[in-house]
Design a protein around this ligand. Structure first.
Ligand SMILES: Cc1cc2nc3c(=O)[nH]c(=O)nc-3n(C[C@H](O)[C@H](O)[C@H](O)COP(=O)(O)OP(=O)(O)OC[C@H]3O[C@@H](n4cnc5c(N)ncnc54)[C@H](O)[C@@H]3O)c2cc1C
Length: 169
Protein backbone atom coordinates (compact mmCIF):
# COMPACT_ATOMS: atom_id res chain seq x y z
CA UNK A 1 0.00 0.00 0.00
CA UNK A 2 1.25 3.46 -0.77
CA UNK A 3 -0.14 6.96 -0.65
CA UNK A 4 2.37 8.55 -3.02
CA UNK A 5 2.73 7.27 -6.59
CA UNK A 6 5.55 9.65 -7.52
CA UNK A 7 7.50 8.50 -4.42
CA UNK A 8 7.05 4.73 -4.76
CA UNK A 9 6.35 3.97 -8.45
CA UNK A 10 9.84 2.57 -8.98
CA UNK A 11 9.16 -0.24 -6.46
CA UNK A 12 6.49 -1.54 -8.85
CA UNK A 13 8.68 -1.82 -11.93
CA UNK A 14 7.44 -4.88 -13.85
CA UNK A 15 4.67 -5.51 -11.31
CA UNK A 16 0.91 -4.99 -11.28
CA UNK A 17 -0.28 -1.79 -9.59
CA UNK A 18 -3.65 -0.19 -8.94
CA UNK A 19 -4.30 3.51 -8.49
CA UNK A 20 -7.44 4.39 -6.54
CA UNK A 21 -9.01 7.82 -6.90
CA UNK A 22 -11.50 9.88 -8.87
CA UNK A 23 -9.71 13.15 -9.46
CA UNK A 24 -7.12 14.35 -11.98
CA UNK A 25 -4.32 13.51 -9.54
CA UNK A 26 -5.29 9.82 -9.75
CA UNK A 27 -5.39 9.95 -13.56
CA UNK A 28 -1.95 11.58 -13.71
CA UNK A 29 -0.58 8.97 -11.28
CA UNK A 30 -2.10 6.15 -13.35
CA UNK A 31 -0.50 7.50 -16.53
CA UNK A 32 2.87 7.76 -14.79
CA UNK A 33 2.56 4.27 -13.31
CA UNK A 34 2.18 2.73 -16.78
CA UNK A 35 5.84 3.63 -17.38
CA UNK A 36 6.88 1.36 -14.48
CA UNK A 37 4.29 -1.34 -13.85
CA UNK A 38 3.66 -4.23 -16.24
CA UNK A 39 -0.05 -3.53 -15.78
CA UNK A 40 -1.78 -0.51 -14.25
CA UNK A 41 -5.36 -0.44 -13.07
CA UNK A 42 -7.08 2.85 -12.30
CA UNK A 43 -10.05 2.21 -10.00
CA UNK A 44 -12.64 4.98 -9.84
CA UNK A 45 -16.36 4.61 -9.22
CA UNK A 46 -16.98 8.26 -10.12
CA UNK A 47 -14.39 9.70 -12.51
CA UNK A 48 -14.01 13.43 -11.87
CA UNK A 49 -10.60 13.82 -13.52
CA UNK A 50 -10.28 16.31 -16.35
CA UNK A 51 -11.13 14.80 -19.74
CA UNK A 52 -7.56 15.42 -20.93
CA UNK A 53 -6.03 13.63 -17.93
CA UNK A 54 -8.44 10.71 -18.29
CA UNK A 55 -7.66 10.34 -22.00
CA UNK A 56 -3.91 10.49 -21.34
CA UNK A 57 -4.11 7.80 -18.65
CA UNK A 58 -6.09 5.45 -20.87
CA UNK A 59 -3.93 6.19 -23.93
CA UNK A 60 -0.86 5.38 -21.82
CA UNK A 61 -2.34 1.95 -21.12
CA UNK A 62 -4.03 2.32 -17.73
CA UNK A 63 -7.03 0.02 -17.42
CA UNK A 64 -9.95 1.99 -15.99
CA UNK A 65 -12.18 -0.04 -13.67
CA UNK A 66 -15.28 2.06 -12.96
CA UNK A 67 -16.15 0.49 -9.64
CA UNK A 68 -15.29 0.56 -5.97
CA UNK A 69 -12.73 -1.47 -4.05
CA UNK A 70 -14.48 -3.45 -1.34
CA UNK A 71 -11.38 -5.02 0.15
CA UNK A 72 -7.61 -5.18 -0.26
CA UNK A 73 -6.22 -8.64 0.48
CA UNK A 74 -2.82 -10.12 1.31
CA UNK A 75 -0.55 -11.50 4.01
CA UNK A 76 2.09 -8.88 4.89
CA UNK A 77 2.01 -7.68 1.26
CA UNK A 78 -0.88 -6.79 -1.01
CA UNK A 79 -1.86 -9.69 -3.29
CA UNK A 80 -5.31 -8.79 -4.63
CA UNK A 81 -8.27 -6.45 -4.42
CA UNK A 82 -11.95 -7.32 -4.28
CA UNK A 83 -14.03 -5.02 -6.47
CA UNK A 84 -17.58 -3.80 -6.02
CA UNK A 85 -18.98 -6.56 -8.22
CA UNK A 86 -17.23 -9.22 -6.11
CA UNK A 87 -14.54 -9.99 -8.68
CA UNK A 88 -10.98 -10.48 -7.45
CA UNK A 89 -8.09 -8.80 -9.29
CA UNK A 90 -4.50 -9.80 -8.51
CA UNK A 91 -2.25 -6.81 -7.77
CA UNK A 92 1.16 -6.30 -6.18
CA UNK A 93 0.43 -2.83 -4.87
CA UNK A 94 -2.40 -0.37 -4.34
CA UNK A 95 -1.87 3.39 -4.42
CA UNK A 96 -4.44 5.52 -2.65
CA UNK A 97 -4.59 8.79 -4.59
CA UNK A 98 -7.67 10.44 -3.12
CA UNK A 99 -6.15 13.91 -2.94
CA UNK A 100 -5.61 16.08 0.11
CA UNK A 101 -7.10 19.21 1.57
CA UNK A 102 -5.13 22.26 0.51
CA UNK A 103 -3.26 24.29 3.12
CA UNK A 104 -4.17 27.44 1.19
CA UNK A 105 -6.94 28.40 3.63
CA UNK A 106 -4.46 30.01 6.00
CA UNK A 107 -2.96 31.98 3.09
CA UNK A 108 -6.38 33.35 2.15
CA UNK A 109 -6.86 34.54 5.73
CA UNK A 110 -3.65 36.55 5.20
CA UNK A 111 -4.91 38.05 1.95
CA UNK A 112 -2.95 35.79 -0.46
CA UNK A 113 -5.14 34.46 -3.24
CA UNK A 114 -4.22 30.96 -4.53
CA UNK A 115 -3.85 30.25 -8.26
CA UNK A 116 -6.45 28.20 -10.16
CA UNK A 117 -4.67 24.98 -9.16
CA UNK A 118 -4.74 26.03 -5.47
CA UNK A 119 -1.00 26.71 -5.36
CA UNK A 120 0.46 29.96 -4.01
CA UNK A 121 2.58 31.96 -6.44
CA UNK A 122 5.95 33.04 -5.03
CA UNK A 123 8.98 34.89 -6.36
CA UNK A 124 12.61 33.72 -6.06
CA UNK A 125 12.69 34.92 -2.44
CA UNK A 126 9.54 32.87 -1.74
CA UNK A 127 7.64 36.12 -1.27
CA UNK A 128 3.92 36.19 -2.07
CA UNK A 129 1.91 39.06 -3.48
CA UNK A 130 1.43 40.34 0.10
CA UNK A 131 4.54 42.03 1.52
CA UNK A 132 5.83 40.16 4.56
CA UNK A 133 4.01 36.91 3.73
CA UNK A 134 6.29 34.12 2.47
CA UNK A 135 5.34 30.63 1.32
CA UNK A 136 7.23 27.39 0.78
CA UNK A 137 6.75 23.67 0.18
CA UNK A 138 3.74 21.83 -1.16
CA UNK A 139 1.57 24.92 -0.98
CA UNK A 140 3.63 26.63 -3.72
CA UNK A 141 2.95 23.81 -6.18
CA UNK A 142 4.59 20.70 -7.62
CA UNK A 143 6.76 18.74 -7.17
CA UNK A 144 5.31 17.74 -3.80
CA UNK A 145 8.60 16.47 -2.44
CA UNK A 146 10.51 16.95 0.81
CA UNK A 147 13.62 18.24 -0.99
CA UNK A 148 11.72 21.15 -2.54
CA UNK A 149 9.88 21.92 0.70
CA UNK A 150 13.12 22.04 2.69
CA UNK A 151 14.94 24.16 0.10
CA UNK A 152 12.12 26.64 -0.20
CA UNK A 153 11.75 26.63 3.58
CA UNK A 154 15.34 27.79 3.87
CA UNK A 155 14.80 30.57 1.33
CA UNK A 156 11.50 31.68 2.86
CA UNK A 157 12.95 31.71 6.37
CA UNK A 158 15.92 33.86 5.39
CA UNK A 159 13.67 36.18 3.37
CA UNK A 160 11.27 36.57 6.29
CA UNK A 161 14.17 37.39 8.63
CA UNK A 162 15.52 39.95 6.13
CA UNK A 163 12.06 41.46 5.82
CA UNK A 164 11.67 41.83 9.58
CA UNK A 165 15.19 43.28 9.96
CA UNK A 166 14.46 45.73 7.14
CA UNK A 167 11.28 46.77 8.89
CA UNK A 168 13.11 47.21 12.18
CA UNK A 169 16.10 49.09 10.67
C1 LIG B 1 1.86 9.45 2.18
C2 LIG B 1 2.90 10.40 1.67
C3 LIG B 1 4.15 9.91 1.34
C4 LIG B 1 5.14 10.78 0.88
N1 LIG B 1 6.37 10.29 0.56
C5 LIG B 1 7.34 11.13 0.17
C6 LIG B 1 8.64 10.65 -0.16
O1 LIG B 1 8.93 9.44 -0.10
N2 LIG B 1 9.58 11.55 -0.58
C7 LIG B 1 9.30 12.88 -0.67
O2 LIG B 1 10.20 13.66 -1.00
N3 LIG B 1 8.06 13.36 -0.38
C8 LIG B 1 7.08 12.53 0.04
N4 LIG B 1 5.84 13.01 0.33
C9 LIG B 1 5.60 14.46 0.16
C10 LIG B 1 6.14 15.24 1.38
O3 LIG B 1 5.59 14.69 2.57
C11 LIG B 1 5.73 16.70 1.22
O4 LIG B 1 6.24 17.20 -0.01
C12 LIG B 1 6.29 17.56 2.36
O5 LIG B 1 5.88 17.08 3.60
C13 LIG B 1 5.82 19.01 2.20
O6 LIG B 1 6.23 19.75 3.31
P1 LIG B 1 5.44 21.06 3.68
O7 LIG B 1 6.14 21.61 4.88
O8 LIG B 1 5.29 21.92 2.47
O9 LIG B 1 3.96 20.60 4.05
P2 LIG B 1 3.47 19.65 5.22
O10 LIG B 1 4.51 18.65 5.61
O11 LIG B 1 2.13 19.16 4.77
O12 LIG B 1 3.30 20.64 6.45
C14 LIG B 1 2.29 21.62 6.46
C15 LIG B 1 1.91 21.81 7.93
O13 LIG B 1 1.05 22.95 8.03
C16 LIG B 1 0.02 22.62 8.93
N5 LIG B 1 -1.13 23.50 8.64
C17 LIG B 1 -1.94 23.48 7.56
N6 LIG B 1 -2.87 24.45 7.66
C18 LIG B 1 -2.61 25.10 8.82
C19 LIG B 1 -3.23 26.19 9.50
N7 LIG B 1 -4.29 26.82 9.00
N8 LIG B 1 -2.70 26.58 10.68
C20 LIG B 1 -1.61 25.96 11.21
N9 LIG B 1 -1.01 24.92 10.61
C21 LIG B 1 -1.50 24.51 9.44
C22 LIG B 1 -0.26 21.17 8.69
O14 LIG B 1 -0.92 20.58 9.80
C23 LIG B 1 1.16 20.62 8.52
O15 LIG B 1 1.75 20.27 9.74
C24 LIG B 1 4.85 12.16 0.77
C25 LIG B 1 3.58 12.65 1.10
C26 LIG B 1 2.62 11.78 1.55
C27 LIG B 1 1.25 12.32 1.92
Amino acid sequence: MSYCAICDCNFYRGKVAAIVGDETEAAVSAAMMTKYASRTYWVSADVKASAVAKEKAIAAGAILLETTIERIQGENRVSSMVLGDGSVVDVDGVFIELGAKSSADLAMDLGVMPEMDDSIKVDRQCGTEVPGVFACGDVTGKPWQVAKAVGEGCVAGISAADFVRGKMA
